[in-house]
Design a protein around this ligand. Structure first.
Ligand code: B12
Ligand code: SF4
Length: 625
């Protein structure tokens, strides 16, 4: 009789944690927004290592990925599973952002008590180690619990950590911050299987085509963690990622690069994607993130269109030049905003702007005034607001930390929705209110109609814009949660409450849960019907495609002397004068550089309409990111 040697199985459980909501319950959904690329990256590296026999012929490597935003994490079951495998295992808590760090430690605590090895990696620990001379208190506390900290990227160090864990000899710290690995053609690029993606909304997955950004915004963590030099995956590697996903039915992708426009190889990557679309017949679509100068890169917008980009996230951040300069965001020029947005409009790609509230010159009144200008003059399809936050890993955080300025010690609040430090002109309450009311000021019923009218007139399929608009305009209003943390059908477990908060009685908990769900369902249905009625009204309006307003006015025809964007305050006037001097524009504002649109003010005529073709945009993924 043949006898096979008993194979020992090392259990690597990778968990992407969530964080706690305002009531201390884990933010969790039946369907969460989108699969985490951090998890995809670490999962794929580990799987690849296992397939290549990392642990030798006698030990197999089982890798499991869990995303807590859509799956309940049960530490006791995980501990049991590892125990059943002879105690061979490691729980890797992955892609842990600052606001997720407290939750990550709460997941780790019972595991450590059960003697399980745990390791935490991601932006919080990497950012702190990159910027601070001493170890931040929360990281030290985690190490005191016996949690191992992994700072830096996993591409070159994960195998060593797994090997150490297999020997039961995990070190308290793995510091890979000094060496940023190449990612060009690695054997196992980011990938998550379909079973996993099914737990998110829509058929979308994510991958990073590159890392790093050359700019120096003071609130940014990316440059200090991933560096300012562009590192990128080869076009071959990108094609592989796309084909692996295509094979499992995934055709929509979120490219997570914070600034794809500064990916040094963007053109080769786009060319390859264009080939896949145009020659190989793969109908693939993308969402990308870019900066406000991307339109100046030759061919970037045109190739984005051909590569199947349907939406762009743009770091607009603010329209007051004084704020932008204070935040070292000098590359953002208000004189370019309209040009850039109109160029995206001209090819029928939806634009989403990130907008930060709480720069040093902001007050509740100035924020209100700025938002009205944006509504009137910038042709944006969507905007999302953030509270300016000294995120660990940023220069802002380092400066405050070193000066000993108060910052809220509760990392769970570093979700860019809470105020965690003082402001020179606003009280904490005013700042928080300004953030919450920004969503109301922007997404009024009237402005939602304007957005849809502009979209219709510029060839965007408003039926595919509707769900995204619904998502971004409703999350904060309905659930006081940022759209990036929202999901479908909230899951809440009475016992998964933040330690330190009391367990509610079943009656209070389930009563509140059902009431909350009913309220959410009601508001969602009402808002959806309302948005649909606006869309029907526009579609029935024979003049809708000729809609024109200040925002859609071509730059060459705009009245720069009167536009609020350019005259809002002294800093804006100075910035405009400076830009005009550089561009050799006469003081009356004439001579603006064209924006690629027809200059007769009717770029939305029949020709343009057909050219951008509503149908081109049909059927795209409706999932917001
Ligand atoms: C895509 C993205 C998202 C996606 C998906 C999340 C994800 N991580 O995939 C979504 C939309 C869900 C999201 C949401 C948010 N995000 Co986000 N997001 C990003 C973005 C742009 C890319 C993430 C990514 O793919 N990185 C590439 C991966 C490969 O890098 P990585 O995560 O560092 O992982 C590597 C290493 O850290 C290491 N590693 C990580 N974990 C582990 C674990 C082990 C065991 C080991 C060995 C190694 C290891 O290996 C990995 C591979 O090299 C980043 C910016 C960035 N450049 O990373 C912001 C970023 C991570 N997000 C940020 C923030 C603030 C948020 C939000 C709070 C915003 C909001 N208002 O909603 C929410 C929070 C969500 C929540 N649960 O509360 C901040 C976090 C800053 C910080 N100090 O923590 C970042 C850095 C952007 C910024 N503004 O600075 N985000
Ligand atoms: S442009 Fe974006 S990614 Fe680049 S430094 Fe500024 S905030 Fe960071």
């Amino acid at each position: 009789m043949l006898r096979t040697a008993p194979v020992r199985r090392f259990q690597l459980i990778l968990i992407k944690p969530s964080h706690y909501d305002r009531d201390g319950y884990v933010v969790q959904w039946l369907r969460s927004t989108m699969p985490s690329n951090s998890l995809a990256a670490v999962y794929s590296l580990a799987k690849g290592a296992g397939e290549r026999g990392l642990l030798g012929p006698d030990m197999a490597l089982d890798v499991t990925a869990i995303d807590e935003t859509n799956t309940r994490v049960r530490p006791r079951e995980i501990a049991e599973r590892i125990r059943k495998n002879g105690g061979l295992g490691l729980v890797g808590i992955v892609g842990v952002q600052s606001n997720e760090f407290p939750r990550a430690v709460d997941i780790a605590r019972p595991l450590r008590e059960a003697g399980i090895q745990v390791m935490i990696g991601g932006f919080h620990v990497s950012g702190c180690l990159a910027m601070l001379k001493e170890t931040q208190a929360d990281i030290k506390e985690a190490q005191d619990l016996g949690i191992s900290i992994y700072a830096g990227e996993a591409e070159e160090g994960l195998e060593e950590a797994i090997l150490d864990a297999a020997k039961g000899e995990l070190r308290p710290l793995y510091d890979h911050m000094k060496h940023l690995p190449g990612i060009g053609d690695i054997a196992s690029p980011p990938f998550l299987p379909m079973d996993f993606i099914k737990r998110t909304i829509g058929n979308v997955t994510s991958f990073d085509a590159g890392r790093g950004c050359p700019f120096q915004c003071s609130f940014c963590t990316i440059i200090n963690v991933q560096g300012r030099k562009s590192r990128y995956r080869s076009a071959d590697s990108i094609e592989r990622i796309i084909r692996m996903n295509w094979a499992q039915g995934i055709k929509r992708f979120f490219i997570t690069d914070d600034n794809f426009a500064r990916n040094k190889d963007w053109e080769a990557i786009f060319d390859r994607i264009i080939k896949l679309r145009e020659e190989d017949g793969m109908d693939i679509r993308f969402v990308i993130q870019v900066d406000t100068l991307c339109h100046k890169i030759e061919n970037f917008i045109v190739k984005s269109k051909r590569a199947g980009v349907t939406r762009v996230f743009i770091g607009l951040e603010n329209i007051n030049p004084a704020n932008l300069i204070a935040a070292k965001k000098r590359q953002n020029k208000i004189t370019e905003y309209r040009k850039m947005l109109l160029e995206w409009k001209a090819v029928g790609i939806m634009t989403f702007a990130g907008y930060i509230l709480g720069f040093e010159n902001d007050t509740p009144e100035s924020i209100r005034q700025d938002l009205e200008i944006i509504k009137r003059e910038l042709p944006l399809d969507m905007i999302e607001f953030f509270v300016l936050t000294p995120l660990p890993g940023s220069e802002d955080h380092k400066v405050l930390y070193e000066k000993g300025v108060w910052m809220d010690p509760d990392m769970n609040k570093y979700d860019v929705e809470h105020v965690v430090t003082a402001h020179p002109k606003m009280t904490q309450r005013e700042w928080e209110d300004a953030y919450l009311s920004a969503w109301d000021i922007f997404y009024t019923s009237e402005h939602l109609e304007t957005i849809l009218r502009r979209a219709y007139a510029t060839g965007i399929n408003i039926r595919s814009l509707l769900p995204v608009l619904m998502w971004f305009s409703s999350a904060v209003k309905i659930d006081k949660l940022h759209p990036l943390q929202w999901g479908l059908f909230r899951l809440k477990y009475r016992k998964d409450r933040r330690p330190g908060l009391p367990l509610e009685s079943p009656l209070a908990f389930y009563g509140g849960y059902v009431a909350g769900m009913t309220r959410t369902g009601f508001h969602l249905a009402r808002r959806w019907l309302h948005l649909k009625s606006i869309a029907r009204k526009i579609e029935a309006d024979p003049n809708a495609k000729f809609f024109m307003d200040d925002a859609l006015t071509p730059v060459a025809e705009e009245d720069a002397e009167h536009m609020g964007l350019y005259t809002q305050n002294d800093a804006a006037r100075v910035a405009v004068e400076r830009e005009h001097r550089v561009a050799g524009v006469k003081p009356n504002g004439s001579g603006h550089v064209g924006n690629g649109l027809h200059t007769n003010g009717h770029h939305h005529d029949e020709h343009a309409h057909d050219h951008h073709g509503h149908d081109e945009h049909r059927g795209e993924a409706t999932q917001p990111v």
